[in-house]
Design a protein around this ligand. Sequence first.
Ligand code: DOR
Ligand code: ZN
Length: 340
Amino acid sequence: MTDRLTIRRPDDWHVHLRDGAMLAHVAPYTARQFARAIVMPNLSPPVTTAAEGIAYRDRIRATVPADLDFTPLIVAYLTDHSDAGEMARGHAEGIFTAAKLYPAHATTGSAHGVTDVANIMPVLERMQAIGMPLLIHGEVTDADVDIFDREAVFIERTLAPLAKALPELKIVLEHITTAEAAQFVADAPAHVAATITPQHLHINRNAMLVGGIRPHAYCLPVAKREHHRLAVRAAATSGSPKFFLGTDSAPHAVHTKEAACGCAGIFNAPYALESYVTAFDEDGALDRFEGFASEHGPRFYGLPLNEGTITLERGETVVPDRVGEVVPFHAGETLGWRIV
Ligand code: DOR
Ligand code: ZN
């Protein structure tokens, strides 16, 4: 039995660090665990221009202690009015690592998102030409589509045709939650990949709804049935380079979660690695954890692998009920791994 695991320093390929006081509160947790992070741009207002990207990057850098040696990677937020030239310039200047497609009104901070992918085809064509990755929140928003079906329907109606129309576009389907998503990505060419969160490895929709409604298990895309969780878990632990770590850590103050209309988002940053490694251990896949956490992501993005290592060992991590004003994922539980 492996009791200690030393891996190359990992990265988080999908995180919400927010802004202002919340940024100052949460960013150090991500910076303690990860060398780099792809930081989502769904602020209000969203990060749409290169100038806004630089300003946000500076605010993040200012809030993280320098000794943590953390690099935020900034993402442009696509709107119906995004300009191909602005995206390409931002990418060429090293400000925008990627651009994010939020279907309008799909989730938190998506009000300025894209109403129809047809509106941004010139931008996507340019991104394909320059090798700039498109990160996708893959859910349709049609009122007549059941919330538990929105990811699978998005793949059928939007993603499959898009990948066909732009056969060289680098795509990351973010935070996958279904067997359909895992299958689509596995079957797609090498430049189509997916991130996977810790919560979608651990919980199915029962965690949210059995024995009372549990707002801290609610995120979008919402956790699905057990067979989907198992499919997502099999993808994560498969060793395939198409699947990599992206926490989707999304903090909301407790009073905005425990409310008549609670916000979507799970704050998993403080114990993300302990959570992931527990799942890999349960599936007898510890030997594949380094690929998932530290290698597949940088290879997909064409970035160097991190120097330095982090060691995890079997042992108790007691997750507190609160981290400041935010309830963390696994609150009140004890995880079987800890960071040395
Ligand atoms: O649960 C979520 N929370 N899903 C998202 O897509 C956005 C995120 C947030 O920003 O809170
Ligand atoms: Zn997200």
